[in-house]
Design a protein around this ligand. Structure first.
Ligand code: TMP
Length: 255
């Protein structure tokens, strides 16, 4: 057993000191929370599935040139990451009206937006992650103008790429949240994609039935939470069982 020094415990992950300098290890828990910790529960197997889904998406994004903190998956629940200074801004990209956007403007969930919307929230549980403007981000020094431009362009590239990837497996990418971090690379401070991308941080609807395949099932006390996470992994071709059932491992195209 490797003993690792714990650096931080979040709601869905624990971060440990990594085995090499400038690395950390993220351990994915089965714990789930919603509405800033007011609702708590467990989604059995979520940690294992999110570890693999996030690995898969980060690797595909890195292949198209999106810099990420992901180095490699270590085991069923842990991944090795480059240590970054997290920028305390949650970046939400929306393609379809849902969640807090529907609530805020009294809109019905499900209409496609004429163009993607990018929103920013200040990552602060005590304040309940308030929505913020670019002005707040630069005025309070959470990121400078150059970093913010980079964040915006990365968020939109991530959205375009992931929308297509999910569409290919019969899933509509309704919205998602990403976080970024900064690190020194070749004497330059760079912004890279951090945290995780998984059904915890995305809204994923089946294209044909509009069935929810994400954490909204937990937030809204719906049945089949575990199965929804498994279904996303299965369609991406990364469930261990799916690998045995089918010889080819990889996304399975859905018409
Ligand atoms: P929202 O509609 O509740 O603002 O959520 C937008 C997206 O961001 C949705 O895909 C879920 C994700 N999200 C998080 O990952 N963490 C959060 O704390 C919240 C509020 C949303």
């Amino acid at each position: 057993m490797v003993r690792r020094r714990q650096l931080y415990e979040g709601k869905a992950k624990v971060i440990f000191e990594g085995p090499e300098p400038d690395t950390v290890v993220a351990y994915f828990k089965d714990d789930a929370t919603a509405f800033n910790n007011q609702k708590k529960g467990t989604i059995t197997g979520k940690g294992v599935i999110n570890n693999s889904i996030s690995e898969f998406l980060m690797m595909r994004l890195s292949e198209i040139g999106v810099p990420t903190h992901f180095i490699r998956r270590l085991n069923m629940r842990e991944q090795l990451l480059r240590k970054v200074e997290i920028i305390p801004v949650e970046v939400v990209v929306r393609n379809v009206v849902a969640g807090s956007l529907a609530k805020r403007f009294g809109l019905e969930e499900g209409s496609a937006l004429p163009r993607s919307i990018v929103e920013f929230y200040y990552k602060n549980d005590e304040l309940n992650d308030p929505m913020i403007l670019e002005e707040h981000i630069t005025a309070f020094g959470w990121a400078n103008h150059t970093e913010l431009d980079e964040i915006m362009s990365l968020a939109l590239r991530i959205n375009d790429f992931m929308s297509g990837l999910f569409r290919g497996i019969g899933i509509r990418l309704v919205d998602f949240k990403v976080e970024f971090g900064r690190l020194w690379e070749d004497d330059q401070l760079r912004v890279i994609l951090a945290d995780e991308i998984s059904p915890d941080s995305c809204r994923l609807w089946d294209v044909k039935t509009n069935e929810k395949l994400d954490k909204d099932r937990f937030r809204r006390d719906m049945e089949g939470v575990e199965e929804a996470y498994q279904e996303v992994a299965r369609r991406l071709g990364i469930l261990p069982e799916a690998a045995h059932l089918r010889e080819a491992v990889g996304p399975h195209l859905v018409e």
